[in-house]
Write a protein that binds this ligand. Structure first.
Ligand code: SF4
Length: 506
């Protein structure tokens, strides 16, 4: 597909857009005030292939320390372009814009009015004027220092004004970006990259497509940074990222990507590389198979060429052989007589010679589109013999869950953590998963900080959100249930709350 051609934006010694190679970026999780550990992390990330590094600047002090980090990196021979990540603090943004090459602002919380007054067209206009008054000084600093800006919209933190006008929708996300873009353009500032991220991959895909459409209507060509937020870790995090980012890259949308995992940021980079590489290759051939609908399973089906098939009613070797024979017969029948009526359409792809993570990424990128456009009733992923069937099944069910076609387990919404995280989020997420993964249909958030966590896990039924050193606050939906629980008691309290609400399943 034709690539959406964007303009080139300089970020220090690199560029985004304008046909430049797809750039991989990530974010540090070390404390920004700890120069040594942030610098060490930056160097490791850069050496692994991350060419643009974002660092959280939650306070004026942290923004000022970016200068020490820059100096130390230069001293060690690294001229790595840095991005300051700003929420709720225009002052910190102005300081950081004098030091680093790019500023990321979130229109949902950069300068939004916290007033609870009932919104009308007039108050909306006043709020936009208030935003301009805070954004224009930053634009002036950026112009003077040749600093670029990413207008980074997150589905989970849309402003109250946007929610009032457009709702919690892909359209609302695009309007949120357009408001800020308009102010930048009116002030003749164009060094802009856009991002529209969501944890729900369908929302993420739709909002980016819509953003491109709106830009094309206006003749604009700002580069797009792609990412799926709060994707979690392990198989789930990789699948969500490949589904959202990979699908858009295949459509020719995107100039730079960040895979967000609740893991060491170094783990994100190989995944990002694999997504980019596969987006440039021919997708796997999807074979079509037809079969009778089994009586007792939900759709879409998951098929597997091993005996311990996830969804198949085949329990022994003989039945397995019979099933293979039946498929072959049905396939032959179909080619002879055209479409089989009343049969289930199964799409099958084979990934010979590939390791598990490669299968995970490729199968996700191959099956996402047919699943979200409802083109099949089942998927069949085939890997090499030595790859255990349960691993392949985990991928297949993960893809169905990420594309919202079939929910078979708890959904975890978990941030990648950053300098605001004051506890071991990876460990807590693992513990929560171990105890609650069987709660089919529930969404549980595990978030690094109280500043952005509650908003970003919007949609979660329950959540644990970092609220101090080794402390978390327990949420039901967006409502606080218990504050500052010591980390070791967090999972117990979560389970207790789920049980009290009669949502526990044994
Ligand atoms: S929610 Fe997570 S990634 Fe986002 S600011 Fe808080 S700790 Fe950082």
């Amino acid at each position: 597909m034709k690539h959406f051609k964007t303009k080139e934006i300089r970020i220090g010694n690199i560029s985004i857009g304008g046909g430049q190679p797809m750039l991989i970026q990530s974010m540090t999780s070390a404390d920004t005030l700890n120069t040594k550990s942030t610098v060490q992390q930056c160097i490791k990330m850069f050496e692994t292939g991350c060419k643009l590094i974002r660092i959280s600047a939650p306070s004026v002090k942290a923004a000022q320390n970016l200068s020490e980090i820059k100096k130390e990196l230069a001293k060690q021979g690294y001229n790595i372009p840095l991005v300051a990540d700003i929420h709720f603090n225009p002052k910190a943004a102005e300081i950081a814009a004098r030091i680093v090459e790019k500023i990321r602002i979130n229109p949902g919380n950069f300068a939004d009015s916290k007033k609870k007054a009932k919104r009308t067209d007039l108050t909306v206009q006043n709020e936009l004027e208030e935003i301009s008054s805070k954004l224009i000084p930053l634009l002036n600093v950026c112009k003077k220092h040749h600093t670029a800006i990413r207008i980074g919209v997150n589905h989970g933190s849309l402003s109250k004004r946007i929610l009032f006008q457009h709702g919690n929708t892909p359209g609302g996300m695009v309007e949120s970006a357009l408001e800020y873009l308009q102010i930048c353009r009116q002030n003749d500032f164009h060094d802009i990259v856009l991002s529209l991220k969501a944890s729900n991959i369908i929302t993420m895909i739709q909002s980016n497509r819509l953003m491109v459409k709106k830009m094309q209507e206006r003749g604009w060509d700002y580069p797009l940074h792609l990412g799926v937020t709060e994707a979690g870790n392990a198989t789930e995090g990789r699948i969500k990222s490949a589904a959202g980012i990979g699908s858009l890259l295949r459509e020719g949308i995107g100039d730079t990507i960040r895979v967000s995992l609740t893991e060491n940021p170094l783990h994100e980079i190989p995944v990002a590389k694999k997504i980019i590489q596969y987006a440039q290759k021919q997708p796997a051939h999807l074979e079509t198979w037809w079969m009778e609908r089994p009586d007792d399973t939900e759709l879409p089906l998951v098929l597997n060429n091993k005996k311990n098939m996830a969804d198949l009613f085949v329990r022994d070797e003989l039945a397995y052989d019979q099933m293979q024979h039946r498929y072959a017969m049905e396939k032959a029948q179909r080619s002879a007589s055209g479409k089989l009526s009343g049969k289930l359409k199964i799409l099958k792809a084979s990934y010979p010679g590939l390791a598990l993570e490669d299968i995970m990424i490729r199968a996700t990128m191959d099956f996402t589109k047919p699943l979200i456009t409802n083109q099949c009733d089942g998927i069949w992923i085939e890997g090499d013999e030595e790859i255990p069937a349960d691993k392949i099944n985990e991928i297949a069910f993960g893809i169905l869950q990420a594309t919202k076609r079939r929910i078979t387990k708890t959904e975890f919404i978990s941030c990648p953590s950053c300098a605001r995280t004051l506890f071991d989020i990876e460990k807590l997420l693992e513990k929560v998963k171990k105890n609650t993964s069987h709660l089919k249909g529930l969404k549980i958030g595990v978030m690094g900080c109280i500043v952005n966590g509650p908003g970003e896990m919007a949609g979660a039924d329950y959540g644990l959100v970092g609220s101090g050193k080794n402390q978390v606050t327990l949420y039901k939906g967006q409502n606080i249930q218990k504050k500052n629980i010591p980390l070791e008691k967090a999972v117990k309290e979560l389970i207790k709350l789920i049980k009290e609400n009669k949502e526990w399943q044994d």
